[in-house]
Design a protein around this ligand. Structure first.
Ligand code: VTB
Ligand code: MG
Ligand code: MG
Length: 322
């Protein structure tokens, strides 16, 4: 039955890499083809098929949506072959469907796994997010600070000027004031059109990516996935659910959430050690995107375990027939 030893089986993490690889390979022929739905569907199907081969008794806690809106990998769906530890699964088979359809950077397939009960059952609403990389004291920046205060606080902690800081944000009209306030400090902003899981991960590799801090609102499910990654890489993330109407509050209630104003830390979003895998679909600064040659596809996967802090990068080349 489910015990920590079984969950920490070192082979299981390798199995997780195969799941994210399979989703990426399945979306290969749809990169840059302008059809987000087809790309997403291909990734979902492949991810589910591979997941069901794993020796786990898994439950999807972060998935494609509630049962009535997602035929596969819906929240609450049982996955795995049942011969293994009881685990929670958070996934996004194609994080960045539009990025994939347009062949723009940083589309990923993403999956995280932890012991049963280890992940916040975040409803599909927005989350206000704030993230920085490893090496800073807790609460160096907080959600309660204004955007400008966050920049100044991070610059002070880093021992640099505000103008040396780069903040990543989703380019959305709702972030207009935040953008203006951050620019006022002299900091730079890397605007992204989609993909804030990658945006947050980029904070943990600031020397490579040039990004020091992520802020702004995006999907709450993506917040839990990003927290899983930072639990492995180091770094802090804070998240607060945002509700636009009663339907969204009802979703949260159904997911077991009672305090609607709560700020979750990384270790409250993800409360136990997890395994995280992400495969590049389009090129990014953390992992390379899919490379196609006639008859073949090559992927790069980032596979991490928070228990040990280990990070693997795996290149995988496989024949494809389409
Ligand atoms: C967010 C973000 C995701 O889609 O969910 C975004 O977290 C949708 O935001 O990374 P809008 O509703 O403002 O368009 C992604 O960018 C891609 O799934
Ligand atoms: Mg998705
Ligand atoms: Mg997504």
């Amino acid at each position: 039955m489910a015990d920590a030893t079984q969950f920490h089986d070192r082979m299981l993490s390798l199995g997780l890499a195969r799941v994210s690889e399979a989703a990426a390979v399945a979306s290969a022929k749809l990169v840059g083809r302008g059809d987000e739905k087809a790309a997403d569907q291909a990734a979902v199907n492949a991810m589910r098929d591979q997941l069901n081969l794993l020796d786990i008794s898994g439950v999807v806690v972060i998935g494609e949506g509630e049962r009535d809106e997602a035929p596969m990998l819906f929240i609450g769906e049982e996955v795995g072959n049942g011969n293994g530890p009881a685990v929670d699964i958070a996934l996004d088979p194609l994080e960045g469907t539009t990025l994939t359809a347009k062949d723009m950077p940083n589309a990923l397939t993403v999956i995280a796994m932890g012991p049963r009960g280890s992940m916040l059952h975040a409803p599909d609403v927005y989350m206000d997010k704030l993230a920085i990389g490893p090496g800073y004291a807790p609460d160096t920046v907080t959600l309660d600070m204004s955007p400008a205060e966050r920049v100044r606080a991070l610059a002070a902690a880093k021992g640099c000027d505000a103008s040396d800081i780069t903040v990543c944000m989703l380019e959305r009209p709702r972030h207009q004031d935040m953008i203006a306030e951050v620019r006022e400090t002299g900091a730079a902003i890397r605007l992204i059109t989609d993909g804030d899981v990658a945006g947050v991960i980029h904070c943990a590799e600031s020397e490579i990516t040039g990004i020091d801090m992520y802020m702004g609102s995006g999907g709450a499910p993506e917040g839990v996935l990003a927290a899983s990654a930072l639990k492995c890489m180091g770094g802090q993330i804070y998240g607060r659910l945002l509700f636009r109407n009663d339907d969204e509050r009802a979703r949260a209630t159904r997911a077991g959430i009672t305090d609607f104003d709560r700020v979750y830390t990384r270790d409250e979003l993800v409360t136990a050690d997890v395994i995280f895998a992400a495969t590049g679909v389009t090129d990014g600064s953390i992992v390379r995107g899919l490379k196609r040659e006639p008859g073949w596809v090559t992927t790069e996967t980032l596979l991490m375990r928070s228990k040990t802090g280990s990070v693997r990068r795996m290149v995988y080349r496989t024949p494809i027939n389409d």
